[in-house]
Write a new protein. Structure first.
Lengths: 114, 115
């Protein structure tokens, strides 16, 4: 079946460090891929998305590229800030199903220290 | 406007109470969702409405009863809950249920505690 695997962390970085959170997926067909972020005590916010191979999603300095050959969608940011501390979820939309089949990874907690 | 609103923000209820969670969106989205999220876990899908009709029910106990009065509103009626139902309840919406390129927009959630 379809699945998402992401590094579970927690990840602790110093301010201005480079961030990579790995995400790989298993899916039939051509899923859409998403990164959501959840700040403490809040709901999920869409961070970025990519809907086809080689698409690059970007937002707020974060980037991720849809790599079909490696079935990956790694999240990167060149210089993290304390305000980036949150839980990050990688997710895919099941192309064989519906939006109801939004499949999440387990989440990666990021802590950024000043 | 990409906002999904949820009320109340916090709810404490006893196991014999009846309460309701409310969700609203004004983006013209035709699919709306209820998720349950336990601490340090990803959201788990509970129900999906498409064009105001229940499309997906993920084998949720009958003590949870969803309702979609119109295209902008989604309710979750709660009755005789158990302490293990304590969680963050998230509402989400998307433009259409069947286009997988459409993202879901989430509300801030209702933190439910069952005593």
């Amino acid at each position: 079946g379809n699945s998402v695997t992401q590094m579970e962390g927690p990840v602790t970085l110093s301010e201005e460090a480079f961030l990579t959170i790995n995400c790989t997926y298993t899916a039939t067909g051509y899923p859409s891929l998403f990164w959501y972020v959840q700040y403490p005590g809040e709901g999920l916010q869409l961070l970025l998305k990519a809907t086809k191979a080689d698409d690059k999603g970007s937002n707020k300095g974060f980037e991720a590229t849809y790599r079909k050959e490696t079935t990956s969608f790694h999240l990167e940011k060149g210089s993290v800030q304390v305000s980036d501390s949150a839980v990050y979820f990688c997710a895919l939309s099941d192309p064989g199903g519906s939006q109801g089949n939004l499949i999440f990874g387990k989440g990666t907690k990021l802590s950024v220290k000043p | 406007d990409t906002e999904v609103t949820q009320t109340p923000k916090h709810l404490v209820m006893g196991m014999t109470n009846k309460k309701s969670l409310k969700c609203e969106q004004h983006m013209g989205h035709r699919a709306m969702y209820w998720y349950k999220q336990k601490a340090k876990k990803p959201p788990e899908l509970m129900f999906v409405y498409s064009y105001e009709k229940l499309s997906i029910n993920e084998s949720v106990p009958s003590r949870f009863s969803p309702e979609c009065p119109n295209s902008s509103l989604l309710n979750l009626h709660l009755h005789a809950l158990q302490p293990e139902d304590s969680a963050l309840y998230l509402c989400a919406s998307s433009q259409d249920l069947w286009r997988v390129t459409y993202e879901q927009y989430f509300g801030p959630g209702t933190r439910l505690t069952v005593t």
